[in-house]
Design a protein around this ligand. Structure first.
Ligand SMILES: [Fe+2]
Length: 365
């Protein structure tokens, strides 16, 4: 169990569960890079469906055994000691020169520069095993990888393009029934040294009776700030906790469910959400500052993610501001089963999810 003991007046008051940090060895990094280069030659793009269909076998064949074992354990461990996030330090060497200047926003990014990294991320998901998918609700699909880049025009928003406000912790696409099972965040650059934040439902010492109301389907979960708000979401409700009663999973978006001006929870729901948040907010972990080449792998049913506010393109060294390249992060999402969500994927592409809001699909498909 990866944890630290919290001392209060010389006595241990709580044991804080932490994400597992794995230092990738230079030999392992070499293996991953060689695999990605080989697969790039064979398949061209990580979007190639022949590659994605075979990604589990390819991961088993090419990835270092230690990573395969850790991924397999991570995928089916929902125990009290499982935080729900693995941090792989130095999984890839990033060719900063080849990336060049950070583009103005994700819309203008040249994805061919991320191709090799896409293969590496897909292999990590493949090892779980889980299948990389794309969501229409995110960037109208936009491919299996999304480059998350701070955008000056979007800096105040609660989206990946924001920067100047804290991005509250959230499970990805909390407003979908078939949200991603696993997420990976590969850091291409983080010169601003922005810490990422994580919050695990397993950080609560026990899930006692006071949490039972969170299993009730009484909570509004609006579509997020990336999407336009419809009129009909008022009546769609779901629970915050689900699955096992003692060791539950979580669906939660602090910004959208608690602090959004466009949504009003019932008095009862608001009360339980506030009570929950009062405890949860003290359990947020923000001690890890990702460096280029690091990958955070998240179980989206156990662990929420976010980040602190930052000034894009500014780095502080000894208290002095220096200009730097803005942050780039590559996000990949995956599902363990394509069968379970077949009612919510494109007829001709089961890797393309068209769910709009809690079991309802986008109308135009
Ligand atoms: Fe997110």
């Amino acid at each position: 169990m990866n944890s630290i003991k919290i001392l209060d007046n010389d006595s241990i008051t709580a044991v804080k569960l932490l994400p597992v940090v794995i230092e990738i060895t230079s030999q392992e990094r070499r293996m991953i890079k060689d695999a990605a280069e080989h697969l790039q030659k064979k398949y061209g793009s990580y979007e190639n469906r022949d590659f994605i269909r075979h990604v589990h076998q390819l991961a088993s064949y090419f990835l270092p055994e230690r990573i395969l074992n850790m991924a397999a354990d991570f995928a089916s461990d929902f125990s009290k000691d499982q935080y729900g996030a693995l941090i792989f330090k130095g999984l890839m060497d990033i060719d900063q020169e080849n990336i060049g200047n950070t583009p103005a926003n994700w819309q203008s990014a040249d994805y061919s520069k991320f191709n090799l990294y896409g293969f590496a991320c897909a292999l990590v998901h493949g090892a779980l095993p889980s299948k990389p998918v794309q969501y229409y609700s995110q960037r109208k699909g936009g491919g299996l990888i999304h480059a998350i880049i701070p955008d000056e025009k979007m800096k105040e928003t609660q989206t990946g393009s924001g920067s100047s406000t804290d991005l509250y912790v959230h499970t990805e696409d909390a407003f979908l029934k078939h949200q991603a099972d696993f997420l990976s965040f590969m850091y291409v650059r983080n010169e601003e040294q922005v810490p990422s934040t994580l919050y695990s439902i397993r950080s609560h010492e026990v899930i006692g009776e006071n949490y039972h109301p969170l299993f009730e389907p009484i909570y509004k979960i609006p579509k997020d700030a990336n999407l336009e708000t419809g009129m009909n979401e008022e009546d769609t409700l779901d629970s915050v906790l689900y699955g096992n009663k003692k060791l539950p999973f979580i669906r939660f978006d602090a910004a959208e469910q608690l602090f959004s001006s466009s949504i009003r929870q019932s008095d009862k729901a608001q009360h339980y959400l506030e009570e929950f948040w009062e405890e949860a907010r003290h359990l947020i972990y923000s001690d890890f500052t990702p460096q280029a080449g690091d990958v955070i792998l998240v179980n989206n049913h156990l662990c929420a993610h976010g980040r602190s506010a930052f000034r894009a393109g500014v780095r502080h060294i000894d208290g002095i501001e220096h200009p730097c390249e803005r942050r780039i992060m590559l996000r990949m999402m995956s599902k363990v089963s394509l069968i379970d969500m077949r009612g919510h994927t494109l007829t001709e592409d089961p890797f393309f999810v068209i769910e709009e809001h809690l079991g309802k699909n986008f109308q135009h498909f």
